[in-house]
Design a protein around this ligand. Structure first.
Ligand code: NDP
Ligand code: 8X3
Length: 265
């Protein structure tokens, strides 16, 4: 908690799932003297989360909900300039916003799904990083701050029906690895957190809102909860300054690869 004191944390995709849990976990870990900038397209959900954080930990954590579509390059470019002055000194960027759409295989993959996945998961994440990094680079010793990118097992191992999503997460992995090398002369920490199966709205989004198809993904399994991943994210951000948890792969106990799951019954 001491290591987070006075810091400003920016989380993308904080309206649901892993991003939402991460906001709560930061607040619980450092209930005094913390600022959270919570962003997503659904502003109502962000305001509800702000109220929940206030109720749980009190006023020691200040929360600023900001509507932001990471796939809107102009919005991302103007993002920092539109923040109130006292919120601009960001220390930790959690690039979590992301999504999967469909299970189609080439040549049937929908053009719109391809574009949305790349615009959000890849270009959105890169644009966010470029928008925030100048803030980090103004600090001493060549720059300071944490960039925590949420990739996936899908970025390490591709599977049929997931080619575009997997390619997008592999792109996140390559970008993250390059960035860590580019920033080697700074004190900026570049961190990759790669979850396996986590039950969130992820599969509901994948099946365009069809909850029964989403539920079937987790049949006979005990998936990770978003809180499980939030704990890892906050762990990486609370290590001593010289410790970089560069890369973590987190599975539920029944999972051993993108496609190898042990299902009960
Ligand atoms: P959820 O669908 O529950 O949450 C996704 C979040 O991303 C939402 O808050 C959503 O907010 C936000 N988001 C989506 N598109 C945009 C956009 N264009 N601009 C801003 N925010 C956006 O899924 P998860 O919590 O599971 O997903 C979080 C991250 O974790 C993603 O990057 C995902 O790829 C990754 N991941 C998930 C795994 C899983 O099994 N669930 C496994 C491995 C990685 P809103 O709709 O309000 O904009
Ligand atoms: C989500 C994990 O394997 O369902 O990133 O695509 S997977």
């Amino acid at each position: 908690a001491k290591r987070l004191s006075g810091k400003t944390i920016l989380i993308t995709g904080a309206s649901s799932g892993i991003g939402r849990s991460t906001a709560l976990e930061f607040a619980r870990t450092s209930p005094q003297n913390l600022r959270l900038i919570l962003t997503a397209r659904r502003e109502d959900a962000l305001r509800e989360l702000r109220d929940q954080i206030r109720e749980e930990v009190g006023g020691g954590v200040e929360v600023l909900p900001v509507k932001l579509d990471v796939s809107d390059a102009d919005a991302v470019r103007g993002f920092v300039g539109n923040l109130p002055e006292e919120w601009r000194d960001i220390n930790v960027l959690v690039n979590n916003a992301g999504l999967v759409r469909g299970v189609d295989r080439a040549p049937e993959i929908k053009e719109d799904d391809i574009n949305v996945m790349f615009a959000t998961n890849v270009t959105g994440l890169i644009n966010m990083t470029q928008a925030i990094l100048p803030i980090f680079l103004k600090r001493p010793e060549g720059g300071q701050g944490d960039i925590i990118n949420i990739s996936s097992i899908a970025g390490r191992e591709s599977y049929p029906g997931g080619s575009i999503y997997c390619a997008s997460k592999a792109a996140v992995k390559s970008f993250t690895d390059s960035l860590r090398k580019e920033l080697i002369a700074s004190r900026v920490r570049v961190i990759s957190v790669d979850p396996g199966q986590v039950e969130t709205e992820f599969s509901v989004v994948r099946f365009y809102g069809d909850k029964s198809k989403a539920d079937a993904v987790y049949a006979g399994c005990t998936p990770l909860t978003p809180d499980d991943i939030a704990e890892v994210i906050v762990f990486t951000a609370t290590r001593p300054e010289n410790v970089v948890v560069a890369d973590s792969l987190i599975f539920p106990n029944h999972q051993a690869s993108a496609t190898i799951m042990h299902r009960k019954g």
